[in-house]
Design a protein around this ligand. Sequence first.
Ligand code: G6P
Length: 233
Amino acid sequence: MADFSVKIKGFIFNLDGVIVDTAKYHYKAWLRLADEMGVEFPPEQHEQLRSLSRMESLEKILEWGGLYMTEAEKLHWADVKNNWYQGLIAHMTPDEVFKGVLPFLEEVREYGGKTALSSASRNAHTVLKSTRLDSSFDVVLDGSAARKAKPHPDCFLQAASALGLAPSECIVFDDAVLGVQAARDGGFHTVGVGKQEDLPDADLVIPGFEGLSLSDVLEMMPWTPLSMVETEG
Ligand code: G6P
């Protein structure tokens, strides 16, 4: 493998939609809530909730239904949704980790790269535990960390700092426009996970990790002068 170690030392992953498909469980729980409230909520619309916080997601659903709630009611229903969601993710299994993720993480380790998981979800640790990924990352930051929401780059800046690296030494993998924007604004290299047309601002877009090696990804990155950090020694 070509030696890229002088350029990229850290690999920061979003969880939902990058490592595992928790979006389907979020959708199930939000759909149950929307049904109770008589709000139409087709699956396509769920795309618009990608990367939004729990409260932001609830507020979107209320907006779609033209409904008003007090802050106390919102907190109550966000909690109810979260209980339903937790009931669903408790049954997740290691089979639900996207194909190619484990070999990719293994390659990163062999290459000497550091890994971080940075998720806006307060349930990230439960998902990692259910899917037996709880010891797969050097650093895990979940939604309980105090930070500004995406598109603010806080979540990735904190992850890089916990790894002891500069943003220019890290690649962020995210499946959402907001995540890619946050990473770019923070000075990171970005890999969008999904469809090219959905993630036009990512440096590189991959459909997922299946069949992709670390060198494939590094070689496909459009390296700019920014990424060329000084070699050591
Ligand atoms: C991630 C997901 C969102 C979810 C948010 C908060 O960003 O992509 O769909 O709303 O985390 O998750 P939580 O599990 O804390 O409700």
